[in-house]
Design a protein around this ligand. Sequence first.
Ligand code: NCD
Length: 463
Amino acid sequence: MARSLVTIEDLSNQEIEAVFALADEFVAKLGEPGRPHRVRGRLPLAEDVVIATLFFEPSTRTRLSFESAMHRLGGHILTSADPRTSSAVKGETIADTVRVVETYAELIVMRHPWEGAPAVAAEFAEVPIINAGDGSHEHPTQTLCDLYTLRCEKGGLRDLNVVICGDLKHGRTVHSLVYGLARFGARIITYPAKGLELPQHVVRRLRDEFGGTWVRADQIDELPSGWLPGNGIYTVPDQLSLGRGQAESVHEIFARHSPFKTIDAVYVTRPQGERRREGEAGAADYPVVDTSFLKERRYRESRVMHPLPRVSELGYEMDVDSRAIYFKQASYGIPVRMALLAALLRLRPGLLAEGPAAGSAPPHVSRGGLTCGNEACVSNQESERRYLKPKFKLLGGDPLLVRCHYCDHEATVACVGRADRKKYDTHASRVGSIPAEELVLFASESAAREAGFEPYRTPQRAG
Ligand code: NCD
């Protein structure tokens, strides 16, 4: 099975380092004198290779940088950039599209509005799939560019203090980035616009799976003076009380408490208006990063980053400020994507381990009980439901916590059932004694009963 990059978790830290080392090589060989982030010319590593980009959503940087990267490797590229001219408008499924396109190309780069669409592509294609952004879910190649840029600018990632501003709810670049930062031992300080905080499932993962310490703003005063979390641990002051127009601004909190004497980077993101559903919080009181935001001493050595495009959250006066590195960040997209393509296409063997990504245990396939609660999830789309079954990773706990295999949204399961016996139990501990192929998960007891399941034990009547 080919290795794909669907989420940033598909690459181990060691593999990310190997990709970065190859990007360093490209920068050294092709970088312009004095401006090494701008690569020019070609290295003929992929002369016999064709890749395809399938973009079902607008893009400038990501698609063009993949195309530039492939040309600079001496390879060839097919592009489908306008969803109106692809067979998706005729109702073609993702599974069928990629099984056709893989006969034309050795790798597929896909951007899609449905969360988990590239995961479906990776399930059905034999060639590597690269996720170039799926809805609000993830954008792992942007994260590789972001981490690489930070590493070039700051010499490493461990112990960096990184403020992440803006729409942390819908921003897919943010969701991949926080995992990457946490894994490399940076600290994250969130500064969301009001109502656009990091999703709960992202916060939970940072805390429970990445060994993070979650520090709320109202706890900051209780911390011992000079306290800083140790390596590999990030700190997130309570997002809810950090939004503009709320009790305190990020500056007030920093002024009162000093663990963050220096801020190494401020990562700015735009309001993702196109992802907002009716009735959801808008972009009111959206944090704007400009010279006045950055006037304190702690920002003196900061790097200001943005995945771009910007709207009005990043002042144009910043363009002439030496701390602004967002155009450099975009340029690094070429050597990093060249290195990623070389790794996944095995043009340079040994960069990535063989076989499936580490830690990718087969998920539970829903047998009709549970569906994903995220309406943007690929598993909830009419065309894809014809062949796709919801799948979940079982995370444990009681009640049982599960994560959608496609979009990573989490849900608790009200009861677990055993298909061959048509029995269910509200205690998650029952899972251990149910064979995997007989396990059925239900969001509610009534759903279990409606499916014809009976409780294992008749509940005791009170009194
Ligand atoms: C981002 C994206 O598409 O998610 N852009 C990019 O790929 N550099 C950020 C955004 O659109 O806000």
